[in-house]
Design a protein. Structure first.
Lengths: 490, 405
């Protein structure tokens, strides 16, 4: 039996269910879906990955394993719940198959339903432990000091940016803000693993990707204040950044609409045979939308190079993940659509870096979509319009801001390598704080875009009705100048 | 059932005589209505009053109304013999020419590939350009519209086909929130040159869900343009113009017009997206219409001409924005307006057009604007009931008579 436990056969002996119970206790293999040796199986949609660990129905505990012994007692004795379709019994080779459109399917005479869940959730890839020390057997790339320090300093900048801009909203200087608190590693490490010509389709909690690519603090501040230097010409809300030259598509407030856009962009890359990929970010809440599902499906069917990066941060405003979906998070959905997937520790910068780096290689070389679910925590409020203490405990928030804090963990690692120290830390933080404050002051004083920008870019050239409307607005404003804001030039 | 075939009758009679003369090669000097620089030849429709658009047929029926006009043989405007084809073939021809001309043009939609599209507009294209460039999508309109938008932001020029326009209601979020908005909200950094097209309108017993008129739902969305084609000539021209436009354009085709036959020029031509088409110049009343209702109006026009009226029929073609220049000139001449549309009474194109005309040309009107639209009911399946929901030529005749009293 032991050998059958450890073999890579995907069928187990059906009537020896109690041995499966034993198996559950002994197996401790990592998720084979993303194992480098099995990578060749991932790209071909028809192959199925090996499930090594057993599981049983959650509903009645492990009492059900002993049911077959009491077959006569139950009226439904011939039916039972199996935890995974890959644990169907080994049938003799003469078993008939159905040559169905889409692939051959083996028959079974057992009336078995797959369970709604597995006992053990998909394992999470991690390189650094809670104290920022790498596991000895961690599969990870070597990161240079330069790259590591750059990643760290960017994460610190992002954290400080968030704090100060959030405060400026509280002070009434800007109208709105959304922080990325707790998700700094996701922002920076994923950006670090990409090339600058990989297109980014963000949700709204990924300004760190822009920061990594060279968007300056002044440019961020300009967008927040909506002044005439911001690239969006003052038309969108704060944090809805967009920059063509950084290959970062303008944020739209609608949830998950960017996911099909990303697939379309990846399609264009495939059509033009470019050596780059597309990445799109979304949260756990976004995976409930129709756009997510159809986009995943499309991407798999069309075999396009797109990375689906899910920031599973536990909360969609006030909806916890348990009320968002009942599956084992988001990673299992990849399998459903035929998309290779991985679950990673979203607070471990090195894990993120490795995963995105590998996913990018896979996506481009094998022209396949990849799904990454990063488990993290939204340590801040949803936005400045939210007070999350109303629906979750302060203890929970504090716990995640503590040791699980991605910046703290990464700092411990680079300090242990001798690449950083407390002096450098306080110096850097002081300098960034000054820069952010300076950027705010400068941006605040710049005038807003002119009224003409309210009417341009609706079309490539303004049509007659918009020209008329603009004339009307100008006349009205001129006539009642005191009733209109003074910092919007005519 | 006789009136059901009126639409068809109009179509077949027109196709058999091939007397639809929508080609106009006059390059009238018009004041430019947009700052856009046309980099290609645009055929402007000149509202030449001296030409009798109905041609030979009207000559036989005409009494006093038309006698005053000079009859210019329409053949003089045709420089080459041209070739005859059906409307869906004209759409395909336009599409193919653009795909040939620009490698970034691609098509996506349900069953557009080897099946050739549900109305065969894309037939043969997948074989010629490959499965990637003529892409069959799974059934998720919002998402493949979103895909098209994403591809457009990266530089492609996708044509997104809705199998039936009604299905694009599922794509409303992407069309309104992203397609229409992203060029604006990104500060002009990302443009979205998509064409969204498909068959719509009330067909022949297709049922309520497949008989929608989406132009009324989409007309408010800022950032998009809407055009409706009605003849093979303008179908090809508008298709090409829509593809070349950098704005998102929604091209409305009609299920019942795909088999219209017409002779179109051999040489390349592109029409102006914002222009209306003068179908029949007249003096007494301006009838504004588009898409299939144009044929009901022309049917009614025959009767009206018999009765001594001289209606001016304009196919507005551009649903957003309206060509108020052509419409205005016509109103200034006739002082009476009748709008005939297939949209519902409430909130349709006719409603907006009524508002726009009242606002701009109120002083020129001798009578209130009359708008004939479909009933505010889901289109019934039963043929007789379906026929009654849509405007029929006798109603148009009655309305004109009422208006011109």
């Amino acid at each position: 039996m032991a050998s059958s436990c450890l073999s890579k056969s995907k069928n187990f002996i059906y009537n020896l269910k109690f041995k499966l119970y034993l198996l559950n206790r002994t197996s401790a293999v990592t998720n084979p879906l993303f194992h480098p040796h099995l990578r060749h199986t991932i790209s071909s949609p028809s192959s199925s990955p090996v499930r090594k660990h057993a599981s049983y129905s959650r509903v009645n505990g492990f009492d059900r394993w002993f049911e077959p012994a009491f077959v006569g007692r139950r009226s439904h004795s011939t039916t039972s719940v199996s935890s995974d379709v890959s644990q169907l019994p080994v049938e003799p080779p003469s078993q008939q198959v159905l040559d169905f459109p889409g692939g051959k399917v083996k028959f079974t005479q057992k009336l078995i339903f797959t369970s709604n869940s597995t006992e053990e959730r998909v394992h999470c890839y991690r390189v650094l432990d809670d104290n920022g020390q790498p596991f000895t057997d961690a599969e990870s790339l070597e990161i240079s000091k330069e790259l590591a320090v750059k990643m760290y300093t960017n994460m610190v900048t992002l954290e400080l940016m968030d704090t100060i801009f959030y405060e400026s909203q509280r002070q009434g200087r800007i109208s709105f803000y959304a922080t990325t608190t707790g998700e700094e590693a996701i922002n920076i490490a994923s950006a670090a693993a990409l090339n600058d010509n990989d297109f980014v389709f963000p949700q709204y909690r990924e300004p760190g990707v822009l920061l990594w690519r060279g968007f300056s603090l002044q440019e961020f501040a300009n967008q927040l204040f909506g002044n005439k230097y911001e690239y969006g010409k003052g038309r969108q809300m704060p944090v809805h950044y967009g920059s063509r030259k950084h290959n970062y598509i303008t944020v739209a407030s609608t949830v998950a609409t960017q996911i099909p856009h990303a697939v379309g962009a990846a399609y264009s890359l495939k059509m033009e045979k470019q050596d780059s990929c597309v990445i799109t970010y979304f949260g756990d809440g976004g995976t409930s939308t129709a756009d997510f599902h159809a986009a995943m499906n499309f991407a798999a069917v069309m075999e396009v190079p797109v990375i689906f990066f899910c920031r599973n941060n536990g909360w969609a405003i006030s909806t916890p993940v348990h009320e968002q979906f009942r599956s084992d998070g988001v990673v299992v959905k990849g399998k459903a659509y035929g998309v290779p997937s991985i679950r990673i520790d979203g607070n471990d910068a090195l894990a993120i870096y490795n995963a995105v780096h590998e996913a990018r290689k896979m996506a481009i070389k094998e022209q396949t979509p990849v799904l990454i679910e990063a488990l993290t925590y939204r340590a801040g409020h949803h936005t400045t319009s939210d007070d999350s203490t109303r629906y979750r405990s302060i203890d929970e928030i504090e716990k995640w801001r503590g040791d699980q804090n991605p910046i703290k963990r990464f700092r411990k690692w680079i300090e242990s390598r001798g690449w950083w120290n407390a002096v450098a830390e306080s110096e850097y933080r002081g300098s960034v704080r000054k820069q952010v404050a300076q950027a705010i002051q400068v941006a605040e004083r710049i005038e807003k875009p002119p009224v003409a920008d309210m009417f341009s870019d609706v079309y490539d050239a303004p049509p007659r009705n918009l020209n008329e409307q603009e004339v009307f607005v100008r006349k009205t404003v001129k006539k009642h100048r005191q009733d209109y804001p003074s910092d919007v030039p005519l | 059932m006789a009136s059901i075939f009126q639409g068809v009758g109009a179509a077949t009679s027109l196709s058999s005589s091939t007397s639809i003369d929508t080609k106009k090669f006059h390059f009238c000097s018009r004041r430019s209505r947009s700052e856009r620089k046309a980099s290609f030849v645009v055929v402007r429709s000149g509202g030449a009053k001296v030409e009798n658009r109905i041609g030979g047929r009207a000559e036989q029926l005409v009494t006093n109304a038309v006698a005053a006009k000079a009859d210019t043989p329409t053949a003089a405007t045709v420089s080459k013999p041209g070739h005859e084809l059906l409307l869906f073939e004209a759409l395909r021809e336009g599409l193919e020419e653009e795909m040939e001309r620009d490698a970034r043009v691609c098509v996506m939609g349900e069953d557009v590939g080897h099946y050739g599209g549900s109305y065969k507009v894309t037939r043969g294209l997948a074989e010629k350009y490959g499965d990637l460039r003529v892409l069959d999508t799974p059934i998720a309109e919002n998402s493949f519209t979103g895909m098209g938008i994403g591809a457009a932001m990266m530089g492609l020029r996708p044509i997104i086909e809705g199998m039936n326009m009604g299905f694009l209601l599922l794509a409303f979020n992407q069309i309104s929130n992203n397609c229409g908005m992203l060029h604006y909200t990104s500060g002009g950094q990302f443009k979205i040159p998509v064409v969204i097209r498909g068959p719509g309108g009330v067909g022949r017993q297709l049922g309520a869900e497949h008989s929608q008129r989406l132009e009324s739902y989409f007309q408010s969305i800022p950032g998009i343009q809407m055009v409706a084609c009605s003849t093979p000539y303008n179908a090809k021209g508008l298709m090409k113009a829509a593809i070349r436009s950098d704005n998102p354009v929604i091209l409305f085709e009609h299920v019942l017009l795909y088999n219209l036959k017409e002779r179109i020029p051999d040489e390349e031509y592109v029409l102006n997206l914002e222009e209306a088409e003068m179908v029949r110049p007249g003096e007494h009343v301006t009838i504004l219409t588009y898409s299939r209702m144009r044929y009901h109006v022309m049917q009614a026009a025959k009767t009206l001409v018999n009765k001594g009226y001289d209606p001016e029929v304009i196919d507005i073609r551009s649903l957003k924005p309206f060509d108020l220049y052509t419409i205005g000139n016509s109103i200034k001449k006739t002082h009476r307006v009748l709008i005939v549309e297939e949209c519902m009474r409430t909130g349709g194109i006719g409603a907006s057009l009524t508002a726009a005309i009242t606002e701009n040309f109120h002083d020129y009107l001798d009578a209130p604007i009359v708008c004939l639209s479909s009933q505010d009911v889901p289109t019934p399946y039963a043929g007789t009931l379906e026929e009654w929901t849509v405007v029929q030529p006798p109603q148009i005749v009655a309305a004109v008579e009422q208006l011109c009293r």
